[in-house]
Design a protein around this ligand. Structure first.
Ligand SMILES: [Zn+2]
Length: 429
């Protein structure tokens, strides 16, 4: 018998069978969904119009909805005001389907794929994975609308917290709270970049997305290196000026327990805005210039000092890097200033680089930072920039500020594991 069944099964195209079964279940599920929605349809009292007059029920009106189970049609009571001609279907608001033909479940998926990948690719993936067929434009519209809503709710949270004066959050004491900041350029439309100076007088075709992340660290590994607390990293970001970004990252640090942390650490590259934000919002923080950026300055300089001699270049970098890693920045600066430049250009480069190390000397005491068990690299935010920037930098994409900020908000919510909270809040509202 078993042998027979196996033989029979062997002749079956299982892939076709499971897809067909899923399609049938979806169809049955859609009918079930319709029946469930039917029950909720008549629970409404006639609402009052915004003009103050009672509205009159005009009977049920049909609405087609694209759901996770396919298209469902529902009939919901429709009310009409005879004074100002306003019409409303209260059930639409309850179901969060006002002004849209997509169910919340489908919109959530559209936001996920639209935040993750190019809209056209998102449409293909969605159809392949779930059987839900939508247009590319629908992916784009919904991802942007939900991203904008995520951003707007975060903005309102920031205002609320600011009005309350950022009171200390209750909870257990935290170890070290890290705040990392970075910027990444993304391609924008001509209108978005208009009036902004670019390189060599050409209009800039990119704008900088400023990104920040916050995470905590309590433990060291066996070798005494810091270990980031699992699932402790949250991200936030937007195209905006440093002042607005300062408020954004401060709020993020506050909600993550700024007041409960034993110490604060800010890590960034050499960009002046990062240190201005740090100075204004995190005055007690230990400030650290990402060690890999600092080393990259040495490598860049070595290429100009020894353009032809790779061996000498490596030898030179090794010695300077030792000074850097040990945090002996004054020695490093003296070494740079002691170099006899053969051209005025090289002299200028040396002057700028010496000033860079000198200006950040206190942020480069790497040996001391390591002794204190601190991270000295900004790998976390750079990974964040690669994933957010990577989504926005796909070839052929040009963004508006609003569009880029909506997708950035989606991406950050997802990376911060806050997407579930967003849908719960939305349903509760
Ligand atoms: Zn009215």
């Amino acid at each position: 018998m078993i042998v027979n069944a196996r033989r029979k099964l062997g002749a079956v195209d299982l892939e076709a069978l499971e897809l067909a079964t899923r399609t049938a279940l979806h169809r049955a599920g859609a009918r079930l969904l319709e029946a469930l929605l039917e029950d909720t349809a008549d629970e409404h009292q006639p609402p009052l119009c915004t003009c103050g007059n009672p509205m009159r029920c005009e009977g049920p009106r049909p609405k087609q909805l694209v759901s996770l189970l396919g298209t469902v049609s529902l009939r919901r009571p429709y009310y009409h005001c005879r004074h100002c001609w306003r019409g409303v279907a209260p059930l639409d608001r309850d179901l969060d389907i006002e002004g849209t033909q997509y169910s919340p479940g489908v919109r959530r998926l559209l936001a996920v794929v639209g935040g993750e990948t190019a809209f056209a690719r998102g449409r293909v993936l969605l159809a392949e994975l779930t059987g839900v067929e939508v247009t590319v434009k629908a992916v784009e519209r919904q991802a942007r609308a939900i991203g904008a809503d995520v951003a707007a709710r975060a903005e309102s949270d920031r205002l609320q917290a600011a009005l309350r004066g950022f009171p200390p959050q209750p909870g257990e004491p935290l170890g070290t709270l890290y705040i990392e900041m970075d910027g990444t350029g993304i391609p924008v439309t001509a209108a978005t970049s208009a009036g902004r100076p670019g390189k060599d007088g050409a209009p800039a075709r990119t704008r900088e997305v400023k990104l920040g992340c916050v995470f905590t660290q309590t433990a060291l590994d066996a070798a005494g290196r810091p270990v980031r607390d699992a699932r402790s990293t949250t991200y936030t970001g937007a195209i905006e000026n440093a002042e607005a970004f300062g408020r954004r990252i401060y709020h993020e640090a506050w909600r993550r327990g700024l007041h409960r942390a034993e110490r604060h650490v800010v890590i960034g590259d050499g960009a002046a805005w990062i240190w201005n934000v740090s100075h204004s919002y995190f005055p007690d923080a230990i400030e650290i210039v990402d060690i890999y950026h600092a080393r990259e300055h040495l490598w860049e300089l070595s290429r100009q000092l020894f353009p032809l001699d790779r061996k000498q270049r490596r030898h030179w970098v090794r010695r300077r890097q030792k000074q850097l890693d040990e945090g002996r920045i004054e020695h490093l600066v003296r070494s740079l200033r002691g170099i006899q430049a053969e051209t005025p250009e090289l002299a200028e480069t040396l002057r700028i680089q010496a000033a860079y190390f000198e200006g950040h000397a206190e942020r480069m005491r790497y040996a001391e930072f390591r002794r204190q068990g601190l991270f000295v690299g900004s790998g976390v935010i750079e990974a964040g920039c690669r994933t957010v920037g990577g989504r926005l930098k796909r070839s052929g994409m040009f963004w508006t500020v609003d569009g880029a900020n909506a997708i950035t908000a989606l991406r950050c919510a997802h990376l911060s594991n806050r997407f579930d909270d967003y849908w719960e809040d939305r349903a509760a509202a």
